[in-house]
Unconditional design. Structure first.
Length: 283
C-alpha cells in the first residue's frame, strides 16, 4: 500500500517532517525516541486507578508522516510510488490480499474503482475525518471512573472520542457520525470499546475500502507495564463476507510530551497530481 501525493500541510511539505519521527516497525513494534516496545513486553508492574482497573492515562502515540521515498519520472518527482499490479491480476485480488477485508464478490469492482481513483474519491484527501478504525490507535488517553476520552492529533485536524465505561448504553436518536458512537466495558484488564452508528462517508483504510452504515468496530486496549496493546475488529454484513481484524499495534508510553492541537488541514492540491497514485496513509 505504498502511495503517492504531492500535498502539504500549511505550506510545509510532508517530507520535511522527518525530524522526531515515530517509526512503526514491520513486526508491530513501535519505536519512539529510541525506545522500543515489543509485543507482550512489560518492564514494570501495570499501574492501576483507584477503582482497580489498569491506568490507561497518558500519551501513547504521536503521528508524524514518514520520510517518503522519491522517484523521478521525467520532470516530475513522485513520492512513495505505488507498486504496479500484475497486468493480468484478477480484480478479486484486491479483496483477498492478506491483511485486507474480504468484500462480497459483487462489490469487488467498486473497491477496485475507488482504489484506482483514490486521489479523487478518498474523503480524507479533502480534509474529511478519517473515521474508525482508519484513525488508528489512541494517541492521548484521559481516563476517569466513568469514561475514557481518546484524543487524536491527526493529519486532518484534532479529533476526540468520548467513551462511557460506567454501563451507559449507546445513545439513541442521535445522528450518525464519522467516528461513530462508542461505549466501553471492562473484560478483566482489557477495555473493550464498541463503536457503531457510523456515516458512510469514511473509508476503513486506503485502497478504496468503503463501508456501509451497518459498520461496527470493536477495539480492545490492554496495558502491561508501559506498553499498550490495541486491536480492532470490523464487522459490516452489508459489504463484507467475514470479520476483518486490523493489524494490531503495541505502543509505548511517551513521557515528557503531550498532544498538541493539530495544524489546520488543507485540501490536497489535486490538480497538480502527476497521476492517480496514492498518498501515504500514516495512520
Amino acid at each position: 500500500m505504498s502511495q503517492c501525493f504531492l500535498g502539504s500541510r500549511v505550506g510545509v511539505p510532508f517530507v520535511v517532517l522527518a525530524v522526531g519521527i515515530a517509526a512503526v516497525l514491520g513486526n508491530g513494534t513501535t519505536s519512539v525516541a529510541g525506545q522500543e516496545a515489543k509485543p507482550g513486553m512489560s518492564v514494570k508492574a501495570t499501574p492501576r486507578t483507584p477503582d482497580g482497573h489498569p491506568d490507561l492515562n497518558g500519551m501513547w502515540y504521536r503521528r508524524v508522516p514518514p520520510v517518503p521515498t522519491v522517484q523521478r519520472v521525467g520532470n516530475s518527482i513522485i513520492l512513495n510510488p505505488k507498486a504496479p499490479r500484475e497486468p493480468n491480476a484478477s480484480p478479486s485480488a484486491i479483496a483477498y490480499n492478506p491483511g485486507m477485508p474480504k468484500y462480497k464478490p459483487e462489490l469487488v469492482a467498486r473497491v477496485k474503482e475507488l482504489d484506482e481513483n483514490q486521489v479523487n474519491e478518498d474523503p480524507a484527501l479533502a480534509c474529511g475525518p478519517p473515521g474508525v478504525p482508519r484513525i488508528g490507535p489512541p494517541q492521548r488517553i484521559v481516563q476517569t471512573s466513568r469514561e475514557v476520552v481518546i484524543l487524536y492529533e491527526d493529519l486532518n485536524g484534532s479529533f476526540f472520542r468520548l467513551i462511557p465505561t460506567d454501563g451507559r448504553p449507546h445513545r439513541k436518536g442521535i445522528e450518525a457520525a464519522s467516528h461513530g458512537d462508542s461505549v466501553g466495558r471492562w473484560e478483566g484488564d482489557t477495555l473493550v470499546i464498541d463503536a457503531r452508528n457510523f456515516t458512510e462517508e469514511t473509508w476503513l483504510g486506503d485502497d478504496g475500502l468503503f463501508h456501509s452504515a451497518e459498520l461496527r468496530v470493536t477495539e480492545r486496549l490492554r496495558r502491561e507495564g508501559d506498553t499498550l496493546a490495541w486491536e480492532a475488529t470490523v464487522e459490516d454484513p452489508v459489504v463484507l463476507v467475514e470479520l476483518w481484524k486490523v493489524t494490531p499495534r503495541t505502543l509505548t508510553l511517551m513521557t515528557g510530551t503531550d498532544i498538541d492541537e493539530a495544524s489546520p488541514c488543507q485540501e490536497r492540491s489535486l490538480p497538480n497530481m502527476t497521476d492517480l497514485s496514492h498518498h501515504k496513509n500514516t495512520r
